[in-house]
Structure formats: C-alpha cells, structure tokens
Unconditional design. Structure first.
Lengths: 235, 235, 235, 235
DNA sequence: CATGAATGAGTATTCATTCAT
DNA sequence: GATGAATGAATACTCATTCAT
C-alpha cells in the first residue's frame, strides 16, 4: 500500500538546513542583494530543487522571522508569568533576548534589516508579534514603577530605552568574543536599573536572585542551546 | 568630490535637490527596491538627465552617507574640544546626534540599512568615519571615568551602550511627535549618567549647565536647521 | 500504440482514466497552462508514477486527438457506405459529429485549440484524418448535387459551410442545456438543405427517413454512450 | 524649453508595428507558445526595448483583441442603424465581419484561440464586446422574423448558426485565394436566407440592393483597406 | 541640458522530465 | 508500481546604464 504523495522523511531536515544557509547569506549581503542563484550555489542545489524546498524567496524571510519571534515570544511569556519581582523578571527577559541575539545573530540581522521586504499579511503578523513583545517589557517596567522600585517616568519611553539598548546590540556583537549574553545582560541591567531606579530606593541584589533562580528552576533555565533548537523546530 | 568643469550655476543646487528626493525614496522603499526610474519620476526628469547630475546610483548612496557623517563628525569634534566637563560634552554630543536623527530621519534610515550596498573603497571610508565618531564618545566616557564621575567600567562597553541607546532611536522616532531631540537627549543622559555614575558621586546639574552654555555660546548653538543646511551644502 | 510488455492488467484501465482527467484539465485551462503537477494532483498520483502511464505530456495530446478522430472517422465511413440517399447520410453524419461534440466537449476543446502543440509526425497524421473526414462530407455533398437535389455550387465551399456550421458549435454548446445533438442536427440540416437545395426540387422528408432508419438498423444506432466507450477503449 | 518626459513621436508607430508582428507570431504558434524572446528576435529589438513599448505580454493580447473588436463593433452599430430592410443589413454585416477576418486573419486567430489567456478585468470587457456584437445579429434576425421574411425559429439558435458559419471561416480561409470577403458573404447569405426564409416568402434581391447601396452611400462603403486602418489607429 | 530609445545582464519562478530507491 | 528528489532550460519581467540627437 503506497503512501499518498507528500514529502519524504529527510525533507524537513534539509529544509531547515537551507533556511540556515539563507539566513547567513541574507545577513551578510542583505535579502534584496542575495539572489536565489546565490543561495542555490551555497546550498549545492540547482534552483529547481531549491524551490522544491522553499516555496518562494519571501517564504524564507517569513521562516527566518518566525524562528526569531517564536522562541522570543514564548520565552517572554513564560518569564512574565513568574512569581518574582519585576526586576528579576526584567533581568531574565534581558538575558533571554540577548541569548537569542547571540545564538542567531544572522537571523537577527535579517529580522532587523529586511522586515520591510515582507508583504501585507506576513508583515502584519510580524509587527503584531513585535508589539506583543514590547508589551511584555512595558508591563514589567510599569510594575516596577508601581512598586516605586523605579522612579515615575513615561512607561513608553522606558520601554524604548530598554529596547534600544538591547536590540542594537546585534550591530556590533561578536558571539565568539569576550562577552557573553549573561555578562551583557548584567551590564545593561545595571545601567537601566540604576538609571530608572527611584532615588531613595536601594536596588535589590538582582544577580544573587538570578543565580538562586537558576539553581532552583533548572527547567526554566536559559541554556540557549537546547532551548533554541527545541522551540525552533516545533514552532 | 569635484565635478568636471562646464556645469552651469544651477547644477549644484539641482544636484542637492535630487539627493534629497533620493534619500526620501530610499528611506521609504529601500535602496535596492528604488529604481532610477522611480527617482526620475519623483524628480520630474528623464533618466538621461538624471545621470547627468548623479553619476551613478551608488554615488547617491555615498552622498547620503556623507551628508550624515559630515555634520556629525564635524559637530562631534567641535564639542569634544570644548573646555567643559566631560558630562556636559556628552550631553551636547547626545543632543547633536539626536538632532541629526530627527532632522534627517530618511538619511539615517538609508545610512543604517543600506551601507552594505557600498563597494570597497566607499565602504572603508564610511566605516572609518563611524569609528572616528565612536572614538569621540569613547574619549569623553574615559575622561569621565578618570575623573571618577563615572564608575570604573569597560570604556568600550560604555561606548556601545551610549551608541545603542542613541542609534536605535531612528527605528521608532517620529520627528513630529511629542518628543523632540532635546527631550530625548535629556532622558537618555539621565539614564546613562545615573547608570554609569560612580556610587558616591553626586551627579552635577547637567541641564543647568547646558542651558547656560547655550545662552553664552550662541555661535555653537545646536539649532539644527541652520547647521544642517550649511554643512550639507559645503560638504 | 503498443506498450512495452510487463504491464499488469490494470494498466490500460488506469491509463485511460488518466487521459480522461487530462482532457478535462486541458479543456478547462489549456494544454500549455496545465502542468504535469496539476494532473498528478487531480489523478492522485506522484509525477514519477504518472510518467509510467503517460510517457510524455505531448503523448496525452495525441491520445486525446485520436480519441476524437478515431470514432469520428470510423462512424463517418460506416455512414458513407450506407445504401440510402445522400441527404439522409448527411443528416446521420451531422448527428454523429454533433453527438461526439456533445459527449466529449472537453476532448473537442483540446482538439480544436491545442493541436498546434503537436510536433511534425503527429501533426501530419492528425491533419490527414481531418482531411479524410472532410472528403466524406464532400463526397456526400457532391452526390447530392449530381442528383440535382442540391443546386450546382462549389463542392468545396459547400463542405466548408457544412463544417463551419457544425465545428464551431463546441464554442458555445452546453451538453446539459435545452438542446441535444439530435435537435441541433435537425436544425442545421434544415438550414443547409434548404440553403443548398435546388430551386425547383422539393426536399425529401429527411426526418421521417431518419426515424425509420433508426428503427430498422438499431445496430447502427447513434446511441452515443455505447459507441463512444467501445471505440475509445479499443482504439 | 525642454518638453516634459514622455514618449517621442515615433513611439506609437513602432508600437503598432510590434503589435502587428506579435499578432502574426501568436497566430502562427499560439500565445502561450510564443515567448517574449521570440518576439524580440522577430522585431529586431532586445527584450528591454520591447518592454519599453509593450508594457507586458498580456497587454499585447489586449491590444490585438481590441483591434478586432473595435472596428467590428463600430461597423456593426453603424449598419444596425441603417434605414433598410433587415436582410440587407445582415448582408452588410456579414461582409463587414468577413472583411475583417480576411484582412486581419492573424488577429482573428489570436482572438479566437487565446482569449482565455486574458485575466479577469480584460476578459470581462472582451466577453461583453462579443455579447454586444451577438446582440446586433440577434436583433436583425428577430426583425426579419417579425416581418415574416424569415420563418419563426429560436432567435438564439438562428444567431448561433449565423455566427458559426462566419466565425469558423478563419480556420481555413486564404486571403490571397480565389474567394474574397464579398463572395463568401454572398454565398453564406444565400445559404442562411434560404435556410431561414419563410416558406411562402420570395426572398428579395439582396445582391442588387447591396450594389445599389454601395453606389449611393460611398461614405459607408465597406472598402476594407481604408476602413480598417482608420479605425484601427484611432481606436 | 535634456530626451527618448536601446541594451544586456539579472531577477524570481515554473516545469517537463529523469531516476535511485 | 510508485515515490520523492533533482535537474536545467525556459519564462516574463526589471533595471542601471549609455548615447545619438
């Protein structure tokens, strides 16, 4: 009894590899400046076979974007619901964001530079996801202000500062360099928490809390390797 | 970049107008997605005439980039040499940078998104200019650390945080919105100066100093309008 | 067109079904605009298996063409040899032609629209068959003129009028509509026989003859159902 | 004072020539089977220059279709409004239709074979125009029936017979052959008018009327040469 | 100065066909 | 028998650039 027409078992594996390679090319040369021919050459496949896997060039962009936004949003929502103070959650969120930037720098380049190449429907989805992520950040910052841990300030402006500081990192970061995501997160949060902190409020010892948290909740660990793969594939 | 002789008196004026329009188109649609035809249509000139003014498409990109970097570097060097404390100079630099972002948002979009479309020689020039600007920032931050106004930290990392916070602003800023460059600069500097500040050091009243400075040195005023035009054209 | 040996018993049945589906797709979308993928999808078979049955895309066209011309020519020759007056034979031929048009409208569309996609050898065969059919018509018309049932006129022009009137029918006919092949044949023949008839010659009562004929010679009945299937499969 | 960007004086001339050549290629090989490369080769122009004139391949189809329908509908409406008997008008209409078929055989091939390659909007326009033409025919036939010049019959079926007889002519006609449009029109009308005529009604001497008409109304002459060019270019 | 016309290489995408498994 | 994977040529179309006038 032959199985109905469809895709073989190796299809998805190869498809993911092609998206990997596409992300790296797009990151290096830009989406518009990378031709399907370039990609075929890099993958080692003729154009026809390439299309068998990718459907269309724009579809590659969609896949790359959702590889970024899927894990990011998933993790952000997990963190937002933890029963800890808002600062610890901001610290965890910061590290998650930076971890993803470190681990998939090429995806982030594409994500940041070429999202305007998306067409209507896909673009709307993406912008919604971005907005969802921003609202998680906004919510945590607002909470910190309500608890007078942070001084009163425009929540929107605080959010934008948080995002500026983190999101621009992809422009210069070297994943194999001296700094890792944990270190950068610590530094950024020191700057932000001191910058945003209420004048008379002694900031809590976030780093100790974070360490304790990681010790107690290994299931929610931020180990980037496993997390990414798992979420990316099932996403 | 001298032009061959024989151009009439209106040549440069018209050339600058064409670059203006090109910048706005590139910002809206991207450099790769904007055709010379589009530009000709927007300018009201046939393609042949356009080439008389622009030389090549890539040349437009070079012009736009140097319109950004020229005034920015010029202003940065002026500020760096002022005989005031490093924090005031950082504050003035911050406002200059944001002023340029506000006033020429389209140029900045092109500058940030399409610099990879430049070829070797031009790209190297650009990266050098970026590096020069970063060194001005680095220098001021190091000075603040030496004077123990800022706590001891990696000067490189401090620089990158300063740049992250400012440079990512173009992604969301609305020049006609509620916030202007002066306001954002104030806010960013509060965050950074408190974040970077030495623990036991009371930060000086930068805003008052800045106001006094603007009152005493009107020639060095940050009035973006005049500054920009002047530098851009003679650049 | 014999197939290499080794095919199982269901081969020919499945093959015919595939040609059926191909004809309907080609008729709807055109031969050039229908891909082998489309066909595979409609049939429920992957492309590889499809080629096992069809040989090539052009071959499908050949099969469809001969499914039309085979029964048509066979029936035309049978009718031409009947020992009745030429008008009755024209009337029977007319109804046969229209019957085939009605029963296999999709085949006729392909036959009329896409025969130019055939290559040399196949095209020549097809054109010969068309010419053979035209000669049967010509012969009957000439006979009617010789017997002074029709007025003297160019036999070629009479033939072309007969063919114009019948062959263009596929463009608008609806097999499920109010008119059937028998009705249209009656109407066309009234027009043609009166139009072609010798001025002083009372046209015979063809319809009564036709009815009597059908009563007496059921073996030569025009029942389209059985006739078509039989010829098509053994063809 | 330079004129604004647009098209030079030779543009439209060359454009019309390209459409001529396209029509001849499409007629010979079919629209789908004719590539833009083929056309460029036939015209003696590179692809880029071709697109400068044609806009798109489908646009060529639209132009060809309207070159047929424009003059045809224009002439049909003129004829329908003449103050003569319906038979003379049918005779004039028949000759106009055949004249266009003779003069632009290649256009008619494309018109008849490839109209399904048109997309929604263009297709709808075309079908409307076809329907308009059919209604002119229907109107004249109905008029003849009302005046009892023709026997009572389904006006729709009479129309379809008229159209079958005329429209299928393009399949075999040779414009340089022994028959011209006037001759074919005469023959077709004899067939149709005798075929449709009321049994007891002596058909009028149409050919004499037609000749008189042509003598008296030279402005409405059917001279195909001048008529076509005039209408085609201004259309 | 400015135009319209021309080029040729490049773009994403499709598709009939083949073939190892 | 049937599949999924691969090919390579073809397709319509775009675009930066040039140049005679």
């Amino acid at each position: 009894m032959p199985r109905p027409p469809g895709h073989g078992p190796g299809f998805e594996v190869r498809r993911q590899k092609i998206i990997d390679i596409a992300a790296s090319l797009f990151a290096r040369q830009g989406y518009a400046a990378t031709s399907i021919n370039d990609l075929g050459h890099a993958v080692g496949l003729a154009k026809g076979a390439l299309y068998y896997y990718i459907g269309s060039k724009e579809n590659l962009l969609v896949e790359i974007q959702s590889r970024v936004m899927g894990p990011l949003l998933g993790r952000a929502r997990q963190i937002a619901e933890l029963d800890t103070g808002p600062l610890l959650r901001l610290r965890l969120l910061s590290e998650s964001l930076l971890t993803i930037i470190f681990r998939r720098l090429d995806h982030i380049w594409v994500y940041e530079h070429d999202y305007r190449s998306l067409s209507g429907e896909e673009l709307r989805t993406l912008l919604e996801q971005r907005s969802d992520f921003e609202q998680v950040v906004s919510g945590l910052l607002a909470e910190a202000m309500e608890q007078h841990v942070f001084r009163a300030m425009s929540p929107r402006l605080a959010t934008l500062q948080f995002l500026n500081l983190h999101n621009h990192t992809y422009q210069w970061v070297n994943p194999d360099g001296q700094w890792d995501a944990a270190f950068l997160s610590r530094e950024y949060c020191v700057t932000l928490f001191r910058g945003f902190g209420a004048p008379d409020h002694a900031l809590p010892t976030i780093e100790e809390q974070a360490e304790a948290f990681r010790r107690d909740r290994p299931g929610l660990s931020l180990d980037p390797e496993s997390e990414w793969e798992e979420i990316a594939v099932t996403d």
